[in-house]
Design a protein around this ligand. Structure first.
Ligand SMILES: Nc1nc2c(ncn2[C@@H]2O[C@H](COP(=O)(O)OP(=O)(O)OP(=O)(O)O)[C@@H](O)[C@H]2O)c(=O)[nH]1
Length: 303
């Protein structure tokens, strides 16, 4: 029998518990105000955040009244359709015969380097052999080494300098050599580790401006934030800071296999409107999936 709080493993990791708990809630309530109050608690515990949860539950309350909804199933379906409207997704497709620069951002430990390796493998499998990895995380010597290993595994070139080098210079060199070799996709790693927000923002803006100066009009430059799904609402704060600094184009959510929650996609989508591109579900290179709203909701509501 299922016990709340106990981590149940699915094929891809920890089972989300929203669906089960929602069903239990509906079994124990008639459709009255206390149901909506308990539902608010449940959505907040699933990482949807206070304000967003209140807006969603208000909407549900109104729809239930207006549409004269009276069954458990109808409530679940209505909630799903309200959530579906909030979710933003994007498929990042490198443009043919152009230089594509994907700058991978995020605070330390969220899974940037691993996601770059997974993306290299993903795009490589799709037939793109002109990929180069840029070791812009110069803060940690091991990050450069890690990227070099991933480069060997995926069969792609890695541009790197020593630890402590200027990340902008490494990425600048990568773009220059990619152009010279007619490579079409640069996946650039960054450190995201500054002792305060002002320094972090300055560093990010410097990298952004160096890239803008180096690319040609018409090149495809994307800024992609990596968020660790186990950090819940912190992910929203990180997205706010990085978005303010460099205006993000997309998000990769990692470690989705390690959380029973998974609702922060909703609050980030609703509050910031930044679309999700990929979802990481494990440590292996193959554990990266395109983010698909329908399968995300199906997984979130499973029981
Ligand atoms: N379970 C799981 N682990 C992951 C996933 N993505 C990354 N990891 C693990 O998270 C840890 C940190 O990943 P890194 O790729 O080194 O993170 P980073 O953001 O580059 O870290 P820094 O270089 O310190 O900034 C590693 O142990 C990865 O194997 C995922 O989707 N699921």
């Amino acid at each position: 029998m299922f016990k709340f709080g106990k981590k149940e493993k699915t094929d891809k990791g920890v089972r989300k518990n929203l669906g089960r708990r929602l069903l239990e809630l509906l079994n124990n309530h008639t459709i009255d105000e206390s149901l909506f109050e308990d539902l608010e608690d449940l959505l907040i515990e699933s990482d949807m955040g206070g304000t967003v949860t209140m807006e969603i539950v208000d909407q549900l309350r109104n729809h239930v009244k207006a549409k004269k909804i009276s069954t458990q199933n109808e409530i679940i379906e209505e909630l799903k359709s309200i959530l579906a409207e909030q979710i933003k997704s994007i498929e990042l497709i490198p443009e043919k015969d152009k230089l594509n620069v994907y700058l991978i951002l995020g605070v330390n430990g969220v899974g940037k380097t691993t996601s770059i390796a997974k993306m290299a493998r993903y795009y490589g499998e799709k037939g793109n052999r002109d990929i180069v990895l840029s070791a812009g995380d110069t803060f940690r010597a091991a990050a450069v080494e890690q990227l070099k290993i991933h480069g060997e595994r995926t069969g792609f070139r890695v541009v790197h300098q020593g630890q402590g080098a200027d990340p902008s210079a490494v990425i600048f060199d990568t773009i220059a050599s990619a152009k010279a070799r007619k490579e079409t996709l640069v996946l650039a790693d960054t450190a995201g580790r500054m002792h305060n927000r002002t320094n972090l923002v300055k560093e990010l803006q410097k990298i952004d401006s160096v890239i803008r100066k180096k690319i040609e009009p018409g090149d495809n430059y994307r800024k992609i934030l990596v968020i660790d799904s186990t950090t819940g609402q912190n992910g929203l704060q990180q997205a706010e800071v990085f978005n303010e600094a460099v205006e993000l184009d997309a998000i990769i959510l990692t470690k989705y296999d390690s959380t029973a929650r998974g609702g922060n996609i909703i609050s980030i989508s609703r509050k910031l409107g930044i679309p999700f591109a990929f979802i990481g579900k494990g440590e292996k290179l193959t554990d990266l999936e395109l983010f698909q709203p329908e399968s995300y909701l199906e997984d979130l509501f499973s029981y």
